[in-house]
Design a protein around this ligand. Structure first.
Ligand SMILES: Nc1ncnc2c1ncn2[C@@H]1O[C@H](COP(=O)(O)OP(=O)(O)OP(=O)(O)O)[C@@H](O)[C@H]1O
Ligand SMILES: [Mg+2]
Length: 776
């Protein structure tokens, strides 16, 4: 028996050694679930299971790569290479390449990213002559995506009066038509969007029993990490594939389910035992990641959630320091605090930048942090913002390459038909689109047959269109004889793209040119790398697929030492010695959009649990009293989550009653970034922005209608204390005793201004404040 099993504790070893049949590992953060999954695969292989018969589904491609690396050190590289491992999307994109003809798709189908989907939907809305303020393309795309993830096809949509009615009620009666057009256009373009990769896999496995059987035989062992965040579509795929052998191993933590807004369904994990016979359930309790303080603090938070499985998490690691809470006056100051704290820790403890991460609830918070890090010359990388492959110039090059592989690709074509400029105007493109719709063909096919169609395009323009077709065809011929790199380099030069950016001469133009060079380097690396793999050839198709499914998380290189900035959602499964969670404020975290029901609020709390449990040694929680949001300065309240942590585990770096009032700071104009005029203009009387400026909650709620648990009407989170009035004496769990000076606002915005005995006057939102009325 090899020694790698010694690197597990007894509880971890049991699921690793578990023989055939379904098993589930349910355990809290940092207890080794991912490690169990990894070692189980290695063990299966050691027991003689063929690596070709194993399928492992992970949350990121990076996680898959790391797992593979670890497995390779145990069983050897050549065997590890054969494993099918990756995210749902990348694994099933690969599978669809082999089978797509059955669904009427070419094997070289294009993958539309979210931006492509949105552009296509925007143009459909325009072609249909609809009001773009009512039919907002991003919202529509979201809606279509959630239909697809619930396996509601266009046909199913029209057969469901409830859905049709809901959209009509939302003043979007033609949503179904948009959906239908969108699906047809994607099909005609030989393109699948992200959701199609799952939807079409489901279609394939349901419609073609022989295909299902083939993959059931192929994937005799299936393993899924982060099972709590699988959506319905993913669930059905796993269910179908594992149905024959039932060798299914899922690991997860219901307390870390944070993707319900994307259709993830926590009940998949809760129902696992019902779905399979004789499920073995394993629990892990020992956390190896974090200090005692962090583990205990995290436990104290998640205990506040009502809907969860009972779990114990403990650690034998050091006590560690308490979690540090820091308050600042503005978001810019918060950024400066984080930057200097990172700087000091790095110096004091001789650390690398890569040992720090800054986590936030929404992407827009990164700016203030970035500014501060830049000022201190601390290198950082943002994950999940605009990924490298989403940049304009990169998408331009990729669009040409996509055309080479699949000339029907409509979004790619529209992007480059007149870039660099070749005198083909929008009117011409519109005519081509109309003709393509009319004949049920792709735009490129229309362009190939211009001489036969009477499109009222003048001969000069017609010639330009023909030149374009000839150029693409010449690339296609070249593609047959050369590798992806040679072709891509040729395309970048021949199309004039490189020249276009060079001509520009501005720093941005040069940066764009360098990015294209970086892309070419990347393609070269890819071609070299793919040559080693058993089932890959280094073709352009493979490269484009890799790119379409890449997140910048996957692009990380080891030698590059930077502080990581990302949303909490992206941080799932990762770990860092030092973690800063910024923006711990009401309406931001928990998000203003997630306070309508208990289940939404509990999801926010799980998100906080995920954030905190990323930390190995030290966690910081920061909040500010004033923050620019929706273009206005608003006064922010500390997040309720701060109060929820058992105070034994925290240390307040900025005590509450230090007389640190933002008003006086602004009057003294100490902080340059606070613009007085803006403040006076916008300072809302009750501390929350006017309703009209808030995100359109109503629509969001409607978009979420698909989630059954949200439909219950009686899910108000907190009871507003209506009895409170000025003059009353109250007690607050944290601020102590005080007297109510006045009450203002109504309903959810009702606030009390309280003079606390410790000297501070505070305004508290009544629906959150834990106030006890004292009898005098
Ligand atoms: N038996 C063990 N001995 C030493 N280190 C361990 C052991 N088990 C897990 N670890 C380490 O603890 C850390 C957390 O493990 P892992 O990432 O597998 O936990 P997890 O349960 O998947 O966490 P999450 O819920 O955040 O995904 C990792 O650094 C891992 O290498
Ligand atoms: Mg994990």
């Amino acid at each position: 028996m090899s020694t790698f099993l010694d690197e597990l504790n007894d509880a971890q070893r049991a699921p690793v050694l578990h023989k055939d049949g379904p098993l589930m590992v349910i355990a809290g953060a940092g207890s080794g679930k991912t490690r169990v999954l990894t070692y189980r695969i290695a063990h299966l292989m050691e027991q003689g299971v063929d690596s070709f018969n194993i399928l492992a589904l992970t949350f990121t491609n990076k996680a898959a790569k790391e797992m593979k690396k670890r497995i390779a050190t145990i069983v050897g590289n050549s065997e590890a290479k054969n494993l099918w491992m990756g995210t749902f999307h990348s694994v099933f994109a690969k599978l669809l390449r082999f089978e797509s003809d059955k669904l009427g798709y070419p094997s070289n189908f294009t993958i539309y990213d979210t931006q492509d989907s949105q552009r296509l939907i925007a143009s459909i809305i325009k072609e249909m002559g609809l009001d773009k303020d009512i039919y907002k393309y991003k919202q529509i795309q979201n809606r279509i995506s959630s239909y697809k993830n619930s396996l509601i096809t266009v046909k199913a949509y029209f057969q469901n009066p409830e859905l049709v009615e809901a959209d009509a009620m939302a003043k979007r009666p033609r949503l179904g038509e948009i959906y239908q057009n969108y699906v047809e256009r994607c099909f005609k373009a030989g393109a699948m969007d992200f959701d199609d990769l799952l939807l079409r896999t489901n279609e394939l496995l349901t419609r073609f029993p022989e295909v299902l059987m083939k993959y059931q035989e192929r994937f005799k062992y299936i393993l899924v990490d982060e099972y709590q965040d699988t959506n319905h579509s993913q669930y059905l795929i796993v269910k179908a594939l594992s149905d024959r052998y039932q060798n299914i191993c899922v690991v997860g933590d219901d307390a870390q389910s944070i993707y319900s807004f994307r259709g993830a369904n926590i009940s998949n994990i809760l129902n696992f035992q019902r779905d399979y016979d004789d499920v073995a359930v394993y629990r892990l309790e020992q956390n190896y990641r974090s200090t005692k303080n962090i583990v205990n603090a995290a436990n104290s938070i998640i205990a506040k959630n009502k809907n969860q499985l009972e779990k114990v998490v403990w650690t034998s690691n050091d006590e560690g320091n308490p979690i540090k809470i820091h308050r600042s006056v503005t978001d810019a100051e918060e950024g400066r605090y984080v930057a200097s704290s990172i700087f000091e820790n790095r110096m004091q403890h001789q650390l690398q930048n890569g040992e720090f991460t800054v986590l936030y609830r929404t992407n827009s918070q990164s700016r203030a942090i970035e500014d501060a890090l830049r000022k201190r010359d601390i290198p950082y990388r943002i994950y999940g913002g605009l990924s490298f492959y989403q940049r304009k110039e990169i998408k331009d090059v990729l669009a040409y390459l996509r055309m080479v592989i699949n000339p029907k690709d409509e979004e790619a074509l529209k992007r480059i038909i007149n870039f660099p400029a070749r005198g083909i105007g929008q009117t011409t493109i519109d005519k081509l689109v109309v003709a393509a719709n009319h004949y049920g063909r792709s735009i490129f096919e229309v362009m190939e047959n211009l001489d036969k169609l009477q499109l009222k395009i003048n001969t000069g323009t017609q010639r330009k269109l023909e030149d374009f077709v000839t150029m693409i065809k010449s690339f296609q011929i070249m593609n047959e004889g050369s590798d992806a790199f040679t072709l891509a380099e040729h395309v970048a030069k021949k199309t004039g793209l490189l020249l276009e950016f060079k001509k520009d001469g501005t720093p941005e133009g040069i940066a764009r040119m360098e990015n294209i060079e970086e892309l070419l380097n990347g393609i070269k690396d890819f071609v070299e790398g793919q040559k080693e793999l058993a089932d890959a050839t280094g073709s352009l198709t493979e490269f484009l697929e890799d790119v379409a499914l890449a997140t910048d998380m996957d692009k990380e290189t080891a030698d590059d030492d930077r502080v990581a900035l990302m949303t909490i959602h992206l941080a799932k499964g990762l770990e860092f010695p030092y973690v800063y969670i910024v923006g711990m404020e009401e309406d931001l975290f928990p998000s203003a959009m997630s306070m309508n029901t208990r289940s939404e609020l509990e999801e926010e709390r799980r998100l906080f649990y995920v954030a905190l449990t990323r930390a190995e040694k030290q966690a910081y929680l920061t909040y500010t009293q004033n923050r620019y949001r929706w273009g206005k300065l608003i006064d922010a309240e500390p997040s309720r989550f701060l109060e929820e942590i058992d105070e034994k585990y925290v240390e307040n770096l900025t005590p509450v009653n230090d007389g640190y009032r933002y008003k006086s700071m602004i009057d003294a104009n100490i902080f340059g970034e606070v613009d007085k005029s803006k403040l006076r203009l916008s300072k809302p009387t009750n501390g929350t922005p006017p309703t009209s400026q808030r995100p359109n909650e109503n629509q969001l709620r409607k978009l979420r209608r698909l989630k059954p648990e949200l439909s219950s009407p009686s899910s108000q989170t907190n009871v507003v204390d209506t009895n409170l009035s000025a003059g009353m004496r109250v007690n607050h769990t944290r601020f102590g005793k005080g007297k109510v000076l006045k009450i203002e606002g109504v309903g959810n915005d009702k606030k009390a201004e309280i003079q606390f005995e410790q000297g501070d006057v505070k305004k508290l939102l009544l629906r959150f404040a834990k106030l006890e009325i004292l009898e005098d």
